[in-house]
Ligand binder design. Structure first.
Ligand code: GLA
Length: 402
């Protein structure tokens, strides 16, 4: 048993190495064929899964994500002119623009806007960018809520910094990436996704205080697995009600005359809530209680307390369903199948912004193989949809491969 488990882990790891080499080769070859030479630098930035602490980051609260072994790869080389030429391999698309022009969002090629947004933020910081070529590819499932866009922003910010020898630390890279999304793409997302893509640590989940940007690593137990199940209900943050949820939280902070919900103690909120609009009460209650669940979860993961992990994740999901109202029936059903199957032997909840996307499961490694066909069969039977299942150990944040 012991032997076969470590053999299995070895296999997953070697597959990930092969994939990384494969993507590196893909970018290098594409660079040679489009631009005549290999890139000057190649960067990879991971996606993420959030274990608990949802919709708390933009309320300056606590989150507890880890980076995953799925990445966006960006190759970059300098040009002599002030043009930027980008090849998006997976989309079979490309774009060119000049840094001499005032950058405006592209109306249809939305993927370009994440890159233009990063350039825009670097320019605001007074950086004089030279022209450059980019080739991009990756293996983070798109539109599944695993932060493919945040990883693109972080990878591009890192690649441009590397090309120009800018000394930007990981938190600064994340802030540039988040600002790109807020100011250029138009999604008022918090800092979680960009921060974990920049600062992930292999084999660790990272507890983040989004008020002070304090990051605390918590070793993820080797005998537990992180399973991600994609409902295949595609989500779109900008089109969704994400920005509305954020505004609602800010209205409650305004009511208490504080900067963010983080400054509102739960007991003060409880004694005042009868005087606040009931929808706003639901939103704020989720956030304030979710913050407490994150703190409890850090303790539970530290001591491998699976029953507590299970309870906290179940409460988080329920709260996102009934108070924050960001789940969909397909995602609720996936959570139901898994909690009926494993009970307190696993933690399961929706992960990310909601309105479709993925659930995350923390379960004993030994239960993984048997669970996969059960999820796939029951989900197909009830919802008529195919669930994609991914396994990952916590990954390292953004990295320049050369
Ligand atoms: C999206 C946003 C994050 C965070 C989550 C919800 O992933 O990008 O900033 O708000 O939703 O927790």
């Amino acid at each position: 048993m012991q032997l076969s488990e470590s053999f299995k882990n070895f296999n997953i790891e070697s597959i990930k190495n092969v994939e990384s080499n494969m993507h590196t080769t893909k970018v290098v070859n594409a660079f040679k064929s489009y631009f005549g030479d290999k890139p000057d630098h190649l960067v990879k930035a991971p996606g993420r899964v959030n274990l608990i602490g949802e919709h708390t980051d933009y309320n300056n609260g606590f989150v507890f994500p880890c980076a995953i072994e799925f990445y966006t790869y960006v190759g970059i080389s300098r040009r002599e002119d002030l043009c930027v030429e980008i090849i998006a391999l997976d989309l079979n698309d490309q774009d060119t623009f000049s840094l001499e022009e005032h950058l405006t969002p592209h109306p249809t090629k939305t993927w370009v806007n994440y890159i233009k947004g990063v350039i825009n933020e670097l320019t605001k910081l007074g950086k004089n960018l030279s022209g450059f070529n980019l080739v991009i590819c990756g293996d983070i499932p798109q539109g599944a809520g695993l932060s493919s866009s945040a990883s693109l922003e972080v990878a591009v910010a890192k690649a441009i910094s590397k090309l120009h020898s800018y000394k930007l630390n990981r938190i600064k890279l994340a802030q540039i990436a988040q600002a790109a999304e807020n100011n250029f793409v138009g999604c008022n997302c918090g800092i979680m996704d960009q921060l974990i893509s920049a600062c992930g640590i292999r084999d660790n989940a990272i507890a983040i205080d989004c008020n002070s940007y304090t990051l605390t690593k918590v070793t993820f137990p080797k005998d537990l697995a992180i399973m991600i199940v994609d409902s295949s209900v595609k989500r779109g943050l900008v089109e969704s009600e994400y920005n509305l949820r954020r505004e609602q939280c800010e209205q409650v902070a305004d009511y208490f005359s504080v900067k963010s919900l983080r400054q509102v103690p739960l007991d003060v909120f409880n004694s005042e809530k009868a005087r606040i609009n009931p929808t706003l009460v639901k939103r704020a209650q989720h956030v304030l209680e979710e913050n407490q669940r994150v703190l409890a979860m850090i303790g539970a993961l530290n001591i491998h307390d699976l029953p507590s992990i299970s309870r906290l994740m179940a409460e988080s999901h329920q709260s996102l369903k009934t108070l924050f109202e960001v789940t969909v029936p397909e995602v609720d059903y996936l959570v139901k199948i898994i909690s009926e199957e494993l009970g307190s032997e696993c933690g399961v909840r929706m992960t990310g912004g909601g309105f479709g996307g993925c659930i995350v499961v923390i379960l004993p490694q030994s239960r993984v193989d048997a669970l996969i066909p059960i999820i796939k069969d029951k989900y197909k039977q009830e919802m008529g949809l195919d669930a994609s299942i991914y396994l990952s150990t916590p990954a390292q944040g953004v990295k320049a491969l050369f």
